[in-house]
Design a protein around this ligand. Structure first.
Ligand SMILES: [Zn+2]
Length: 236
């Protein structure tokens, strides 16, 4: 009976390794990593657009303020023109010329303010698009995190069951054999304990020498031997 329990210990270890591998390498982890990278990239873009919006808003304000100053100056000149305080033809012409120049400058500044406003609108549109995209990626991230937590919990239940089954199996095996198995298992993995197939150890590619086969055949059924070729634990 003890030989079967040794195989059960091995089965539990192999299954536990497989479960741990599945836990570490589930598809959602890769997808989550990609989604987190996408969010980080989005954040950079959001920050860039936010900085551009601040710059554009202050530019718009500056042009509007300057246009207002120039407009006030032109208005003041207009008043002087019609107040009668400027009399000479030459002076009047000079004043008119100055007013025309100021109005032209005011128009230019207003155009630039308008341009900045259009830029601001375009940036606001980009912010909306980026925010929608962020909501989308945030949703994907929380869904993936939930899926991972659920899958981990399911796998952990299976790992616990394997650990219980292994503990039960260990109870019925000679502690010296368990110790030998545990020493060999890291290097030999799923084929640490193998069955004697009647003429070979079934774990290694070497053919057992006839004398060795003869020796194994004469051992009691159920005994645990060592393959002289590979060192595996061979169940007679
Ligand atoms: Zn062998």
């Amino acid at each position: 009976m003890s030989d079967e329990a040794l195989l059960e210990i091995q089965r539990c270890d192999v299954e536990t390794d497989r479960l741990n591998h599945r836990r570490l390498n589930m598809d959602q982890r890769g997808a989550l990593e990609a989604a987190l990278a996408e969010r980080a990239e989005q954040q950079v873009e959001i920050d860039t657009v936010a900085a551009a919006r601040v710059e554009v808003a202050s530019r718009q304000r500056r042009f509007e303020d300057e246009a207002q100053i120039v407009s006030a100056k032109a208005d003041a000149d207009d008043s002087r023109l019609y107040s009668g305080e400027v009399q000479g033809i030459k002076d009047l012409e000079a004043l008119q010329h100055e007013i025309a120049g100021l109005r032209a400058r005011q128009g230019g500044l207003e155009d630039q303010a308008l341009e900045a406003m259009e830029e601001a609108e375009e940036l606001a549109g980009r912010v909306t698009t980026l925010e929608d995209a962020r909501v989308d990626v945030d949703t994907r991230i929380s869904t993936l995190e939930m899926e991972i937590t659920t899958a981990e919990a399911e796998i952990d239940v299976e790992i616990d069951l394997m650990s219980i089954a292994r503990a039960v199996a260990v109870e019925s095996v000679d502690p010296a054999l368990v110790e030998r198995y545990e020493r060999l298992h890291p290097g030999m993995g799923a084929a640490t304990v193998v069955r004697f197939d009647g003429s070979n150890c079934s774990g290694c590619p070497s053919v057992m020498p006839a004398m060795e086969v003869d020796r194994v055949k004469h051992e009691a059924s159920g005994s645990v031997l060592e393959c002289s070729e590979c060192g595996r634990m061979v169940l007679r």
